[in-house]
Design a protein around this ligand. Structure first.
Ligand SMILES: *Cc1c(COP(=O)(O)O)cnc(C)c1O
Length: 435
């Protein structure tokens, strides 16, 4: 006969899960029929500590907390930066005031991004930065005497965030368009660009035609360069970016690269924008090494000047937590660490391990495609995943993943070691087999 559990931590954990289930929304979940969640009690290195019905489990985080925790957890340098800044001030308004963390971060961002990007807006999340970028494109057109240009050209298969402006440029089929058709700005959608080595010219012809057709109403072009993330983990040919740059120049459109997911090394370049330079660049996710919410919008001087010539004379945006000092200080420490640790070798090392571990899955039953790009590994199934089954299978291998649609993928922290990378690949394989 087993005795009733007296473990106070287990009881506390159970209480938390009960309240969570009844009162707390999680991303894309139902309040009345929620998917199960697991309790995290801590995280260190590349591991999450889970409380599984009173049992302590340590699992490798193959998601980097939605692609942000590139250095892993409880990173001494980042902890120290945060504590140091907390000892000075946690936050002050950015209206009429400024501070060293924001100025230093802006200076660093200007120095590590392509030369033409000189001006920085510090936003409080990726979605807000995309809203700001869209607003900038529209104000740029107003400043150039073309206020009727308010639409955006974008790509099918994209994802740019969950707020209304962002939703309007997300993939119109996989996104939330059907539910909000009447309230979303009607944007112009080009075909999903071809995979590397594909028919770029054929695709370009279609986009050129679309741009020409809508030239009088278009303000800008917005895309995730090289890798379309949450819209389906689609990798595409960099030559498409050259085509988009040409189209933007030809029609006087503001070219926006949303590098919230791809920025800061994830695809093998520090920024895809170093290959083709946009007029506006959005950064987020990994910017603070996954510690705090922060995003940045960088623009050229042409864009900054055009915005100033619009009727208001100013950029019409200013969130309460703009330039939060804690987030800026930890972002700066994260950028220091990225450079000091040699992110390039790390990403190359992760990439080889993912290629070696995942490419054998190509051709396995139920697998449509396997893609590896930088520190991103994707197993694309030929059917929708059974998310619960896939997650459980990976957890049995000691790995946390979060599959969606027909995709099982990993974006591990750059610092993940060889053994943990092999474990991640085994877990992805196990998940793909049962999903
Ligand atoms: C995650 C993401 C966003 C939204 O960022 P949030 O911080 O979640 O608002 C926008 N664009 C891309 C490409 C993203 O991956």
């Amino acid at each position: 006969m087993s005795l009733p559990t007296l473990d106070p931590d287990a009881a506390r954990g159970a209480d938390l899960l009960v309240f969570d289930r009844e009162h707390l929304w999680h991303p894309y979940t139902s309040m009345t029929d929620p998917a199960p969640v697991r309790l995290v009690t801590g995280a260190e290195g590349v591991r999450l500590h889970l409380d599984d019905h009173g049992e302590h489990l340590e699992v490798v985080d193959a998601m980097s907390s939605w692609w942000s925790a590139i250095h892993g957890y409880r990173v001494p340098e980042l902890d120290a930066a945060l504590a140091d800044q907390a000892g000075r001030m946690a936050h002050v308004m950015f209206g009429g005031l400024t501070h060293a963390p924001a100025v230093d971060l802006a200076e660093r961002l200007v120095s590590i991004t392509p030369d033409p990007l000189q001006h920085v807006f510090l936003a409080d999340s990726g979605s807000v930065s995309v809203e700001v970028a869209i607003k900038m494109a529209l104000q740029t057109q107003r400043g150039q005497g073309r206020p009727e240009r308010t639409r955006l050209l974008t790509l099918r298969g994209g994802y740019h965030g969950d707020t209304f402006g962002c939703m309007s440029v997300c993939d119109p089929v996989g996104g939330m368009h059907s539910m909000f058709t009447e309230v979303l700005a009607p944007q112009v959608f080009a075909e999903r660009p071809p995979a590397p080595g594909g028919d770029v010219e054929g695709w370009a012809e279609g986009v050129r035609r679309l741009a020409a057709e809508h030239t009088d109403e278009l303000a800008g072009i917005i895309v995730e360069p090289r890798l379309q993330g949450a819209g389906g983990m689609w990798v595409y040919d960099d030559r498409c970016l050259v085509v988009l740059r040409e189209i933007a120049d030809e029609h006087g459109l503001v070219l926006i690269f949303d590098e919230i997911a791809t920025g800061l090394g994830r695809t093998g370049d520090l920024f895809v924008s170093s290959q083709v330079t946009p007029d506006i660049l959005c950064l987020g996710k990994a910017l603070t090494g996954g510690y705090l919410t922060l995003a940045a919008v960088l623009t050229t001087s042409e864009v900054a000047h055009a915005i100033s010539r619009s009727e208001s004379g100013v950029l019409m945006h200013g969130p309460t937590f703009m330039g939060n000092p804690l987030a800026c200080a930890v972002a700066l420490a994260s950028l220091d660490l990225l450079a000091a640790r040699g992110w390039e070798q790390d990403v190359r090392r992760v990439s080889s391990a993912l290629s070696a571990g995942l490419s054998p899955l190509a051709g396995a039953p139920g697998v449509a495609d396997v893609r590896v790009l930088g520190a991103v590994g994707v197993v694309h199934l030929d059917h929708p995943v059974d998310s619960a089954k896939a997650t459980d299978a990976a957890l049995r291998e000691g790995v946390w993943i979060r599959p969606f649609r027909d995709l099982i993928y990993t974006m591990p922290p750059y610092v993940t070691g060889e053994e943990d990378l092999a474990r991640i690949c085994r877990a992805v394989a196990a998940a793909a087999e049962v999903a």
